[in-house]
Structure formats: structure tokens, C-alpha cells
Design a protein around this ligand. Structure first.
Ligand SMILES: Nc1ncnc2c1ncn2[C@@H]1O[C@H](COP(=O)(O)OP(=O)(O)OP(=O)(O)O)[C@@H](O)[C@H]1O
Ligand SMILES: [Mg+2]
Length: 416
């Protein structure tokens, strides 16, 4: 028998397996698996799956499709075990989930599942997930969030450091961090302070102008609505100076739709800002918009403030998933815990640790609660350094500014 004929009679090797409590409950998955793989897939129960992975028959397996619904949540640990085992054998995992809580899903993704598809399966979703599994990982692009590396090749001050701040829940202190970080950077050195600009891209609800008591200029709208013909002069005309040390592009005076500006507009504005300033601080809207990616790609550090609550935890998870599904650099996010528990508060610290662990992130920057002084500073239109210099919140932000500036200077020195 020739090789070809043998291939005709021998069953095709099994390249994938569905694993679930009862695959009949996921009939759309059966249909899609058949459409994608014909006969070359099988079905296993959860307990069989664990013993199967080590066996020779499992060698041809490319991936497993683990299907679960609400009823399976109490057995999450076993599903997680299946995924972990599979990935240790080099078998990839897709999770197909119906009404499963985000926390549970996150656990499974953390165990190494590469893809998540909701059930009922949207048209083409399984196909796309399989395609992505089969596409080799792209070479990691240079990690730009490390300022040091990003600035390695920069000359003079033609390419400012971009620091974006994107609060992951409302009122978590994003703008407070943005204005104080900008101010601390602008005053980080007496002799040769770096030039700093602050762009309020929270176009609808931006409060930079309130917190710094600055008027909103008509020219901002003109700039945003026609960036193509904008030049350095019109960019400068739209900005306003705070205490002669910080240049601010406030949000426009009227509430504009976030999609008034395109990713191209935002790219132009950031480039113009970078060519003039050593530091470009961007206050982002909380909503993810078309140009969020543009800022994420341009940012050397993308700070994401959160608080210690369920709301922040869930939003973080949604953000991570959204970025991952678009293959955006999720590792560029730098989590900032605002109103962090004091270091004597052991229960609070335990909660922070659990939150970080359950999200699979590390929360490196902790900002303390600054009490009423912070609100008052905002109401008076002043950065903390000017209204409450001894505030513990101010001290932490000043430290952050110093370390950013040091890293940046060292990188500049190394590049010379
Ligand atoms: N660490 C802190 N200690 C005390 N008050 C704080 C702290 N951080 C922020 N605040 C106060 O909380 C309120 C919300 O802060 P802020 O406006 O900076 O949040 P935000 O994330 O920008 O909100 P939004 O979702 O509206 O953009 C403000 O009144 C601010 O003064
Ligand atoms: Mg804000």
C-alpha cells in the first residue's frame, strides 16, 4: 500500500479535543469543530482529559477547546487543572464560556489558556481563535515602556517622553496624578528644569482646567478639528501656561464627541508635543476609544490608576482582556493604586496582594490618601506642591517624578 493510500484509510490524527461536562450542551461548538476540523477531533470528559495528555495518542493534539457554563463554576479548579496540564504538554487551550464570571475566566486565562470565546459562539469566532493559535507569536517589539530603552537613540530634546494616565474607574484620581506629576516634573530641577506639557485628552469631562484654574480656549477646538493644517504656532496658541512652568492643552470648552478626533489627529498632536517638550503628560478619558491604541503605542509609560475595590478589579480585567484581544501591548500598563492602605494596615495590604494576584498583575506604585487637602487643592486650582507641600500624596508623586526623570537622564547620558 502506498503512503497516500494508507493516509486514505487510516483515521486522520486527532488534532483537537473538546473538554466539557457534557458536550451535547454545546451543540454549536460541535458544529463549528466539525466545520473547522472535519473528523480530526475528539471529545473528552474532564477527568479523562487529565490522564490523556501524557499518553502517546495525545501527541498529535494541537489544542483543546474547554467549554463551560455557570454550572461548572464550582468545579473551576478542575478546569484550571486541565488547562494547566495541557499547556505543560505544549497543547494550547481555548476557553468557550457561557455566563461565566470574569474572575473565573481570568483564573483560566492565568493557567495558560490562550483564547477565550463566548458561547453561543459568534459567527466565525472559533475559526478566528484557531487561526490566532496557529499564527506564530510575533517577535516582541522593543519594550518602549521602559523609558531608558525608548530613549536610547534619541537626540537632543526632539523626542519627549510620553506619560499617559488612564483611570480604570471613575474618580480614581487620574487627573490628580496627571497634574501633580506634570508639576513635579516641571519643577524637578531648579537650574535646568525640563520642559513639560500636559494634554487633557479627556475631551468631554476633562478637569485639568478646573484643577489648575485655567480658562478653556476656543483655539483648542480649532486645533482638534483640523490637525492637518495645524503647525507649531497654532499648537502653541491653543496651549496655556500655568505659572510659566507648565504648558497645558485643556479640554475644549464645549463637550465634544470623543470620535471628533481620529487616531491620526492624536498622533499629530503627540508628535508636535514631543518635538517641543521633554515630557508630555496625557490625561486620558476613561472610555476606551479608537485612538486609545495610538496613545498606548506612543506612551513610554501608561499609568492606570485603580482603587482597592471590586469596581476597579473588574474594570482592570476588562481592560486587560480588551487589549489582549486586539493584541495590544498590555504589559505597558503600569498599575497605580490610589488611596492605598497605609503600610501598618495589614488587612488592607492583604487585600491589595489578593487583588493583584487574582488579576495576575503587579501594582508597583502606591499613592496614599491625602484627605481633604487634595480636594481643596483642586478647588483652589493649585497643584499639591503649591497648596499642601507636606501632603503624603504630594511626596509620593514627587518621588515618582524624580525617579522618572532620573531614568530618563541616565538614558540620555548613555545615548551620548
Ligand atoms: N489620594 C487621594 N487622596 C485624597 N483625595 C483624592 C486622592 N486622589 C484623588 N482624590 C480626590 O478624588 C476626586 C477624584 O479625583 P480625580 O478627579 O483626580 O479622579 P479622575 O480619575 O480623574 O476622575 P474622572 O473619572 O472624573 O476623570 C477629586 O476630588 C480628588 O481631589
Ligand atoms: Mg479625570
Amino acid at each position: 500500500m502506498s503512503g497516500n493510500a494508507a493516509a486514505l484509510v487510516e483515521p486522520a490524527p486527532i488534532v483537537a479535543c473538546t473538554i466539557s461536562r457534557d458536550v451535547q450542551e454545546f451543540d454549536l461548538l460541535i458544529e463549528d469543530m466539525e466545520a473547522e476540523l472535519g473528523e480530526s477531533w475528539g471529545d473528552l470528559s474532564i477527568s479523562d482529559a487529565i490522564t490523556f495528555f501524557g499518553q502517546p495518542d495525545a501527541e498529535s493534539l494541537e489544542f483543546i477547546a474547554v467549554a463551560m457554563d455557570e454550572e461548572d463554576e464550582p468545579n473551576l479548579a478542575r478546569f484550571a487543572e486541565v488547562i494547566r496540564k495541557a499547556t505543560t504538554h505544549g497543547i494550547k487551550a481555548i476557553v468557550i464560556a457561557e455566563e461565566v464570571s470574569p474572575i473565573a475566566l481570568h483564573q483560566l486565562l492565568k493557567m495558560g489558556a490562550e483564547e477565550f470565546v463566548p458561547y453561543p459562539l459568534p459567527e466565525g469566532a472559533l475559526h478566528d481563535a484557531i487561526e490566532r493559535l496557529r499564527t506564530p507569536e510575533p517577535e516582541p517589539e522593543p519594550v518602549r515602556h521602559e523609558i531608558a530603552h525608548a530613549n536610547g537613540g534619541r537626540s537632543g530634546n526632539a523626542d519627549g517622553v510620553v506619560l499617559a494616565i488612564h483611570g480604570l474607574a471613575g474618580g480614581v484620581g487620574a487627573t490628580t496624578l496627571a497634574i501633580n506629576l506634570a508639576w513635579e516634573l516641571a519643577t524637578v530641577e531648579k537650574e535646568h528644569p525640563p520642559s513639560v506639557c500636559l494634554l487633557d485628552l479627556d475631551l468631554q469631562f476633562g478637569t485639568v482646567s478646573t484643577y489648575l484654574d485655567l480658562p478653556r480656549r476656543e483655539a483648542v477646538y480649532e486645533l482638534l478639528s483640523d490637525t492637518e493644517s495645524a503647525d507649531q504656532d497654532s499648537f502653541n496658541a491653543a496651549m496655556i501656561s500655568f505659572n510659566d512652568k507648565l504648558q497645558v492643552l485643556t479640554a475644549p470648552s464645549d463637550m465634544l464627541p470623543l470620535d471628533l478626533v481620529s487616531d491620526e489627529d492624536i498622533r499629530r498632536i503627540i508628535t508636535m508635543a514631543q518635538s517641543q517638550f521633554d515630557y508630555v503628560i496625557i490625561d486620558m478619558p476613561r472610555t476606551v476609544v479608537l485612538w486609545t491604541e495610538t496613545v498606548l503605542q506612543a506612551a513610554h509609560v501608561y499609568f492606570t490608576p485603580v482603587e482597592l475595590d471590586m469596581r476597579s478589579a473588574q474594570n482592570t480585567l476588562r481592560m486587560i482582556r480588551a487589549l489582549k484581544s486586539e493584541e495590544l501591548p498590555v504589559d505597558r500598563l503600569r498599575y497605580v493604586l490610589n488611596r492605598a492602605p497605609k503600610f501598618t494596615d495589614l488587612t488592607g495590604k492583604g487585600r491589595v496582594k489578593r487583588m493583584a494576584e487574582s488579576l495576575g498583575i503587579s501594582i508597583d506604585i502606591h499613592l496614599p490618601d491625602g484627605g481633604k487637602q487634595v480636594v481643596q487643592a483642586g478647588d483652589h486650582g493649585l497643584p499639591l506642591a503649591e497648596s499642601a507641600p507636606k501632603s503624603p500624596l504630594r511626596k509620593e508623586i514627587a518621588k515618582l517624578a524624580k525617579s522618572v526623570h532620573e531614568v530618563n537622564q541616565n538614558a540620555d547620558a548613555a545615548a551620548k
